[in-house]
Design a protein around this ligand. Structure first.
Ligand SMILES: N[C@@H](CCC(=O)N[C@@H](CS)C(=O)NCC(=O)O)C(=O)O
Length: 286
């Protein structure tokens, strides 16, 4: 049997993401990776130079990709998962072809259940499989570099601060019921605190472009990660929470940013699940 061939990316700064040619035999090797997108971007960009010394054939080629994602209510069409949407935006931006496989618990392949805890989104790329949206996005950006979507090292701290805690705050507020009770108001205040932080970041006068990191000129993985989450918030503030505050009036820079990223082709072409599925996803237990 051929000796296992590992290649590491991001090892220089402690990122432990690795691939293995027999990924399905040694299961779940990437399940413990919990680095956030920004710190791993830094590690990966630092590690890029190391790739040149790797054994021939270690760099994966495009093609043979399948993305397993949460389905919608019908069990067949694409569900509302913002993490899957994030990965699809990255695939789209990079012009990578893939089979999109909305997959119910019952239809999950055994290798996914046994080797990767059935987690989705899961990107299978020939014999490799990756779970966790940040890990998948890092993998794609590392090996398919056009366009480079990594967050620049010097921009990471500010960008982290701007989005830190947004999604959990949003999820807690959207999921809370009934609307308008004391707890709901507390959760709304927590979300609005995060929106205010984002507003201040996006309103920085030194920024020249619309996107999240650095001067805002470059569309990065962080924009792909945030766009679907903001979309879910946008839909649910209206259709689940009854518009408890005027987003456009209170957070104009956030609204502008949302409109900008929602207009992007990689978003438009991957948002086919639409508001109804978002409402279903956020209001039902499944
Ligand atoms: N931290 C994970 C979260 C993924 C996640 O929560 N996925 C959910 C939907 S949003 C899912 O696919 N659930 C269906 C299932 O696991 O069968 C990531 O970033 O990939």
């Amino acid at each position: 049997m051929r000796a296992p061939s590992y290649h590491y990316f991001g090892g220089l700064l402690g990122l432990t993401l690795q691939t293995h040619t027999n990924a399905f035999i040694i299961p779940n090797h990437n399940a413990k990776i919990a680095n956030n997108i920004i710190s791993s971007s830094i590690s990966l960009s630092m590690a890029r130079r190391g790739l040149e010394t790797l054994e021939e054939g270690a760099t994966p080629l495009p093609g043979g990709m399948s993305l397993y994602v949460k389905p919608a209510e019908d069990g067949k069409s694409v569900g509302d998962c913002p993490f899957a949407h994030y990965v699809r935006m990255v695939l789209h931006e990079k012009g990578l072809e893939y089979d999109l496989l909305p997959t119910t618990q019952e239809n999950k392949p055994n290798w996914l259940l046994e080797g990767y805890g059935g987690k989705m989104p899961a990107l299978r790329h020939r014999k490799e499989c990756y779970v966790d949206s940040d890990v998948i996005a890092q993998y794609l950006d590392f090996f398919f570099q056009e366009p480079n979507m990594a967050v620049a090292k010097e921009d990471s701290a500010k960008a982290t601060e701007a989005v830190d805690g947004f999604f959990p705050a949003m999820a807690k507020f959207i999921k809370h019921s009934p609307n308008g009770d004391d707890e709901d108001r507390e959760k709304q205040a927590a979300l609005e605190e995060k929106l205010q932080t984002l507003e201040e970041h996006l309103s920085d006068i030194e920024r020249t472009g619309p996107y999240l990191t650095g001067d805002g000129e470059r569309f990065t993985l962080l924009d792909c990660s945030m766009a679907p989450k903001l979309y879910a918030m946008d839909v649910c503030l209206d259709k689940v929470k009854g518009n408890p505050f005027d987003l456009k009036a209170k957070y104009p820079a956030v609204r502008k940013y949302m409109d900008e990223v929602f207009a992007r082709k990689s978003f438009q072409d991957t948002v086919e699940y639409g508001p109804e599925t978002v409402v279903w996803g956020w209001t039902s237990y499944h």
